[in-house]
Design a protein around this ligand. Structure first.
Ligand code: KG4
Ligand code: ZN
Length: 343
């Protein structure tokens, strides 16, 4: 089955064309025919975060350009059209105006191509993004950790098709904490890659930041207190946000605290569910120190799957995986924006 997928939930416009194989119950495989991501980072950076209506306008501008890049000249376009079986579009969670830009475009295409249109959950897209790497078939039960700019979620999975949320952040997502700490250190948006770079030159034991909820007997997280602790440190150490060595120490110590909590909670979830596999996904899962520590500390207990780096941040290829997995189960999301859709 050939799937054309569209993602516009935040600040990446993306279109992908994939060939999906495997019926219900089979292990699905995906071959990526085309995949394009146009990032709006430069447009939103001066505002220190994503501006929803600006994102919508950019998506509306980018979608036809990306579509042309995928389909090429009109003659080629017609040939490709006939081969598409399904159109998938992200319906949430995300910024409502941004979501509608993608949905409206997808609806237009579905009408023009006379093809079925299905909605997809952005978070399921992250969850299943490891499937884009090929690789070995995972064993179940599994635990999944989604770490993005908007979410920090722990799931247990009896099999590939079913998941149950067991914990999530009660306030800021971990990616959001990276972004906010970066802002405190006068670093540009998005903060994740900046903090990671800076942390490489810092001492992760320099500052003992709190590890919120680390010993709580649940799977929930809280990162707002950690960010506040960083703010307090910066305010009480004048010049800390300007001194390169201190900034690097703050970045490294913050990252260490955040990763300690993520790893500890995930380790408990693995122990208590008897999981054989761990899936980690979302924008923060591109982080090299996160990958190194999870593999080192949990890699003996479970096989750890990460998406390829190019599929950690928002992209349409992952939306095709989520839509296909739902489709093979006879389920779909209706194509209307659901900004607060969760798992
Ligand atoms: O999944 P994503 O692209 O968008 C959402 O669905 O939210 O995640 C974006 C988040 C941002 O908060 C960004 O700072 C974070 O991922 N991020 C990182 C890194 N690269 C991106 N966080 C830590 N280290 C990185 N290298
Ligand atoms: Zn995302």
């Amino acid at each position: 089955m050939k799937i054309l997928a569209i993602e516009t939930s935040c600040d990446e416009t993306s279109i992908a064309l994939l060939e999906a194989r495997g019926d219900r119950g089979d292990f699905p495989t995906f071959a990526i025919k085309k995949s394009i991501v146009a990032s709006q980072i430069k447009i939103h950076a001066p505002f220190g975060g994503v501006v929803p209506n600006l994102a919508k306008r950019e998506h509306e501008k980018n979608l036809p350009i990306l579509y042309r890049k995928i389909f090429g000249a009109p003659a080629n376009e017609k040939k490709l059209w006939t081969k598409i079986d399904l159109i998938a579009v992200t319906v949430g969670p995300g910024l409502e105006p941004a979501l509608w830009a993608g949905i409206t475009f997808a609806e237009g295409l579905a009408k023009k191509l006379k093809k079925p249109l299905v909605g997809a959950n952005h978070l399921e897209g992250h969850l299943y993004s490891f499937l884009l790497s090929g690789g070995s078939k995972p064993n179940f039960p599994a635990v999944a950790l989604i770490v993005s700019g908007g979410h920090t979620i722990l799931l247990k999975m009896p099999d590939l098709y079913n998941w149950k949320k067991i914990g999530e952040t009660r306030d800021d997502a971990v990616g959001e904490a990276y972004d906010k700490v970066a802002r405190l250190l006068n670093l540009p948006y998005p903060g994740g890659p900046e903090i990671e770079k800076l942390a490489k030159h810092g001492d992760k034991r320099a500052i003992d930041f709190p590890r919120p909820m680390i010993y709580h007997k649940n799977y929930d997280f809280s990162f707002s207190g950690l960010k506040t602790a960083v703010r307090y440190y910066v305010v009480t150490h004048p010049g800390a946000d300007k001194n390169v060595k201190t900034k690097a120490d703050i970045a490294a110590s913050f990252q260490e605290a955040a990763l300690d909590v993520l790893i500890r909670k995930t380790a408990r979830a693995i122990e208590e569910t008897g999981a054989k596999t761990l899936f980690i996904s979302g924008g923060v899962s591109i982080n090299g120190e996160l990958r190194r520590r999870f593999k080192k500390e949990l890699g003996k207990k479970v096989k750890v799957y990460f998406p390829k780096r190019e599929f950690c941040n928002d992209n349409a290829a992952m939306i095709a995986t989520a839509a296909y997995i739902k489709f093979t189960q006879g389920k779909k999301y209706r194509p209307a924006a659901q900004a607060n859709l969760n798992m």
